[in-house]
Every structure is written in C-alpha cells, then in structure tokens.
Design a protein. Structure first.
Length: 409
C-alpha cells in the first residue's frame, strides 16, 4: 500500500462529516475579512486534530503539526465568500441575503480540513511538519497580505514548499497542473488628471480634462497594440471614466479607473511604466496645471508555478489518481493573492486546479462545444460544484501533494 493510501484509509469514515462541514459553510457564507464563524470552526477543528493553532491577520488561522524530522509543507485555503445572491436552488443554498460562496472557497476550506485531519491521524506514516493555513479575503486581494503583515513568516516554521488549489469549472474527478504562470497578475489603478474649470461657453479659459481624459483612453490602447510583442499577453482596460456634472460646465478634473492583467512581471512593469508615461505626456500636451495622481488598489500578484515543485506534485497526482485524472491546466486570466504567502518566506510553490463540475454535464457541454456558455463559472450566482467527487478529490489532492514531501523517499 502506498504511503498516500495509508494516510487516506480514514477518508471514507470522515467523508460524511466533511460533507456536513461543506454544506454548513455553504449555508453560512461570510464576506472578506468577516470570516468570523468560518475562522472559529476551522480553529476548533484544527485544535481537535492536535494542531497548534494561531490566529494571524484578523480572521486568518494557521495550524501547525510538528511530526518529527523532515521537510515542512504549508498548504493554503481561502475562506471568504462574495456579495452575490445565490440562484442555485440547492437544498444547502446560502441563508445569508446577498452573500454566497460563489467561488468555491468553502470547498477549499473543507478539503484542507479533511487533509489536515487525515495527516494527523496518519502521522505514523510520515515525518516532518505540516502547516494548514486558512486565509481571509482572497477576493479583495488583501487577505494573504494581512497575514504577512501580521508577522506570518516569524510566527510559523519556514516551509520548504507552499501548496494551494482552486475549484474550477472542470469535470469533478480531475485535477489540472501547470508550470509557470497559471493566473495573471491583476492591478487596479485610479488615475486623476487635472484641468482648469470654466464655463462651457468659454473653452479658451479652460484646460478641458474631458478632452484630456478621452485622449488618454485612446492613447492607452497603443500599449497592448503597439508596444507589446504580438503573442505576449497583456490587458489594459479603462473600466470607468468620470468627469463633470453638467453640459455647460467644463470640470477641473477627470478620474479614470484602469485594470491591468499580465503573466510576466517584466511586462507588467513595462505596461505600468507606459501608462504613467502616456498619462503624464498627455497632461503635458494639454497644459494640465498639476501633475496627475496615480493610486493603485486591489492588486493581485502573479501566480507562477515552480517547475520542480509542480513536477513533483504532478507525479504524485498521476501515481495516486492515474494519468487520466491529471490534466494540463490552461492559463487563467483570473488572479489570486496566494503567491504572497510563499513569497513572504521566499520559497517555491505550486497551485493546481480542482474540477468541480458534474462530469456528465461537463462532457455533454464539451461535446456541444458550449462549456463556457453552459457551465456556470466561479462568481456566477449559479456556481454549484457537485459535492462528490469534488470534496474527496480536494482532500486527496492535498494529502498526495503534501506527502510528496513528507513521505519517506
Ligand atoms: Zn473568486
Ligand atoms: Zn476563488
């Protein structure tokens, strides 16, 4: 029997309890940085499994299981829900008005709790330290940073490797891994440009920030189309443009809200530099009386999987689940704040995707070529991972990945 199978012998008897935990979390979703009930449930369970438990970064919880000599593995789950009104009609649908686990973080919490429990029960089979980390507020991009700012790196043993997973609209029963960038870096940027207000009939008395902002919006389009190598990925979106109140008043400022996505940190820097250069250049050309202001918010780092870690974890998945269950993950344009945790320790990581969609439904949609139209994605009010085999795959993935490091070699 493999070491993974040995540790997983307890899974069958724990699954009923894990499904209850999942449904309980799904019924009681909590918004970012308000994960008080979830945090308490996690802390109590970790303590009952024998972990030493700390609260880090507000509602963040970390459990450490020191089990002799050997490597240290940190596995991470996020806990927050979204301001979405659930429309799934599930018997265990959200009971909180306007709040829903629409990104599947309840799956992540339950799966990591299950793995933490089985690794504790099966501790005779492995050696090292296992850390189960439950972070708040992934959806705001600030939860992992809150834990880092609260001294995470000094409060827990330094891991050799950090692992994480996300449930996605892939068939349940499948895990998907990839080396290199799997999720984009995401930046939101508020740009304020200044003009000189005047009466709408007297444009010669003004520096018109509406014309200035319009010019900036158009010129920004050249960053991707003219400055970025064809085939490289970058997105620059102006999601909001606000100026003025009335047709006959020239306002004195305009505010643009930009969203930037990239898979490469050097390219990201080039894009951000180009935005600054273009905005400043357009302001100078317009005769703007004050320097523009730039304010970043909702920033997500790049998620770029380490090749060595990913190969080791993928091999563990293939050996445990069989090759057919392990797919190559395609790059997602979505973003995550997961990588701030390994980056705080300066250690490598891998982050894999966990299938959550009913396999028959998925296969039928795939045969029609309508997966994107017919399968509700994360953040949809209809997002509804099937409980099984999603949960048991999520538990097994965490156990198999951790034991790739903690098991005897
Ligand atoms: Zn999400
Ligand atoms: Zn998510």
């Amino acid at each position: 029997m493999s070491i993974v199978d040995t540790v997983l012998t307890g899974l069958d008897s724990e699954l009923a309890g894990l499904r209850d935990t999942y449904r309980q979390l799904h019924r009681h979703p909590e918004l970012s940085f308000q994960e008080h009930g979830t945090s308490q449930l996690v802390a109590e369970k970790l303590a009952s499994f024998g972990y030493s438990v700390q609260h880090i970064g507000g509602t963040g919880v970390v459990g450490v299981l020191a089990n002799g000599e050997g490597p240290t593995v940190l596995s991470r789950a996020d806990m927050d829900a979204l301001p979405v009104t659930e429309a799934t009609g599930l018997p265990y649908a959200s009971t909180v008005e306007g709040v829903m686990h629409a990104c599947g973080h309840d799956v992540h919490v339950t799966a990591l709790l299950g793995a933490a429990q089985l690794l504790a029960q099966g501790r005779d089979a492995w050696s090292g330290t296992f850390i189960a980390l439950f972070q708040p507020a992934e959806e705001l991009g600030g939860g992992s940073q809150a834990m880092v700012d609260d001294g995470l790196a000094a409060k827990v043993p330094r891991p050799d490797v950090v692992l994480g997973q996300h449930v996605m609209p892939l068939p349940a029963g499948v895990v998907a891994t990839a080396t290199g960038p799997v999720l984009s870096a995401g930046d939101s940027l508020k740009v304020t440009v200044h003009g000189k207000g005047s009466h709408g009939s007297m444009p010669h008395m003004s520096v018109d920030p509406v014309v200035l902002a319009a010019s900036i919006v158009l010129k920004l389009q050249t960053i991707v189309s003219r400055e970025t190598k064809p085939g490289e990925f970058a997105v620059v979106t102006v999601g909001a443009l606000n100026a003025g109140t009335k047709s006959n008043i020239i306002p004195d400022r305009a505010v643009l809200l930009l969203n930037i996505r990239s898979y490469d940190n050097k390219l990201r820097t080039r894009v951000l530099d180009a935005i600054e250069r273009i905005v400043k250049g357009e302001c100078a050309a317009a005769g703007s009386p004050r320097e523009p202001e730039f304010e970043f918010y909702d920033q997500f780092p790049l998620t770029s999987n380490d090749a060595g870690v990913t190969e080791k974890v993928t091999a563990a998945f293939t050996s445990h689940f069989g090759g057919a269950a392990v797919q190559h993950a395609s790059r997602q344009t979505a973003s995550e704040d997961f990588s701030r945790i390994p980056d705080a320790f300066g250690v490598p990581y891998t982050y894999w995707l966990l299938g959550g969609c009913d396999p028959q439904t998925y296969r039928a949609a795939a045969a029609r070529g309508t997966v994107e139209q017919d399968i509700p994605a994360n953040h949809s009010p209809f997002f509804a991972p099937v409980v099984e085999p999603t949960l048991s795959m999520g538990v097994q993935s965490h156990v198999a990945a951790a034991l790739a490091y903690l098991g005897p070699n």
